[in-house]
Design a protein around this ligand. Structure first.
Ligand SMILES: Nc1ncnc2c1ncn2[C@@H]1O[C@H](COP(=O)(O)OP(=O)(O)OP(=O)(O)O)[C@@H](O)[C@H]1O
Ligand SMILES: [Mg+2]
Length: 268
């Protein structure tokens, strides 16, 4: 393809409007190239694994997609709409939620409050007067939020610790709180950065159920960064392998496992 044609294609929004389209993303840290010209697509409802050795650029990629870091080059589209210059808050409101490699919960709030926080940020919904006076619109919204929190708590197995301070929980349970917060209000796109890290057996099963249910019952797309390769292989529709900031390979779990370059660089 001639260079001019390539530029024309890059400037156009993606046809079909997949859940996420990333084109030509580059990020450097004081001369260290963390991502170099990375492009990928995630379809609605797809679970895409993003794997690769330590330092490959996976978390940096999440930071760029979620709006916490500006890329030096490249563009990002959600549902066909360009969001490259949009803030992390804007992207979250648009339905993109994430969890962090080092989990982040509000340690001094209870589990229930952590989950309610995920639902409170749009305001009461009935206007400031309705909020202040607890008028029916506010009470209706409040009931809906409570129902949503109960649902998330059940899904993530948090009922028994609902009143515990999130900061006092074992790491695996805190991770489930963070996951629950990301799930509140039905995200359209979920980024999970090493979600199995620190989980016990029962929590692994919960996480597995959450991903399988999202896959089967919703159009929510999931981008999963994970070093537990058997977990990746059994939960992902497709896998992209990053190495030293570039895409090394892309394919089905079977194709990735059979890929000689991936075996050399990562799977061993
Ligand atoms: N804030 C930063 N300042 C400087 N360099 C950074 C920063 N964040 C990441 N890097 C560098 O960018 C590269 C990619 O790091 P990143 O954390 O994205 O990798 P990763 O694939 O998530 O690795 P891991 O599997 O260990 O989590 C590495 O060389 C890392 O040292
Ligand atoms: Mg990382």
């Amino acid at each position: 393809m001639a260079p001019t044609q390539q530029i024309a294609t890059l400037d156009q929004p993606p046809a079909g409007g997949g859940a996420l389209t990333v084109r030509g993303i580059s990020v450097s840290f004081s001369g260290v190239v963390a991502l170099s010209d990375v492009s990928l697509e995630v379809a609605r409802g797809e679970v895409l694994g993003l794997i690769g050795p330590n330092g490959a650029g996976k978390t940096t990629f999440f930071d760029v997609v979620s709006g916490l870091r500006e890329p030096s080059r490249g563009s990002i589209y959600f549902d066909g709409e360009e969001v490259t210059g949009r803030s992390a808050v804007w992207r979250s409101r648009a339905g993109l939620r994430r969890t962090f490699q080092r989990q982040q919960v509000f340690g001094r709030l209870s589990v229930e409050e952590n989950l309610l926080c995920a639902l409170e940020w749009r305001g009461g919904g009935g206007g400031i007067l309705a909020d202040l006076l607890a008028l029916p619109p506010r009470r209706r919204i409040e009931r809906r939020r409570r129902t949503e929190v109960e649902w998330v708590m059940e899904l993530c197995g948090l009922g028994a610790v609902r009143h515990a301070m999130a900061g006092s929980l074992p790491i695996g349970t805190a991770r489930m709180v963070e996951l629950g917060r990301a799930l509140a209000e039905s995200p359209s796109f979920l980024l999970l950065d090493e979600p199995t890290s620190g989980l016990g057996e029962a929590e692994m099963e919960r996480l597995s159920t959450v991903i399988n249910r999202l896959r089967a019952e919703s159009a929510c797309a999931v981008l999963l960064v994970e070093h537990d390769i058997s977990f990746v292989m059994s939960h992902c529709d497709r896998i992209v392998v990053l190495e030293l900031g570039s895409v090394l390979a892309e394919g089905s779990p079977d194709e990735i496992q059979a890929n000689a370059a991936v075996r050399d660089a990562y799977l061993g």
